[in-house]
Design a protein around this ligand. Structure first.
Ligand code: DQA
Length: 144
């Protein structure tokens, strides 16, 4: 079983980027902890972070994962292309945001992904990724 974790633009700056919104943990720390949980659950976690839209699109096209956990970051609010990519491969996904986007600027309230996501988690910081992983594993297990 393989799950693809996708992190969009500027998330490579986690730890030093607006810690009031995004916390103090680095992306490396978050992904390492998540990978450990995945291994314990017997699933493979693949990760890509990119600041380039086409690289995220190519990763989606090329994956053989059965599930995607995605924090599209700013592309959440802008990218029809990334939405079309994820719909194009028909892989179920959960959308994660560290911050509560609904408590922030109005332009963050709309997502090009939420209406197609299995679920959306926001405002719980890095823990949101843990919850998404648990939910993804349960979803994949329930199918079999
Ligand atoms: C984010 C929220 C987005 O609005 C923002 O552009 C990000 C991160 C989050 O995780 O809270 O880059 O997706």
């Amino acid at each position: 079983t393989k799950i693809l974790l996708i992190n969009g633009p500027n998330l490579n700056l986690l730890g030093r980027r607006e810690p009031g919104h995004y916390g103090h943990q680095t992306l490396t720390t978050i992904v390492e902890a998540l990978s450990k949980s995945a291994v314990q659950a017997g699933v493979q976690l693949e990760h890509i972070q990119s600041n380039a839209e086409y690289q995220l699109i190519d990763a989606i096209h090329g994956t053989d994962a059965q599930f995607i956990i995605i924090n599209p970051a700013a592309f959440t609010h802008t990218s029809v292309a990334l939405r079309d990519a994820i719909l194009g491969v028909s892989i179920p996904f959960i959308e994660v945001h560290l911050s509560n986007v609904h408590a922030r600027e109005p332009f963050r309230h709309h997502s090009y992904f939420s209406d197609k996501a299995l679920g959306v988690i926001c405002g719980l910081g890095a823990q949101g990724y843990d919850f998404a992983l648990q939910a993804a594993i349960k979803h994949l297990t329930d199918q079999h």
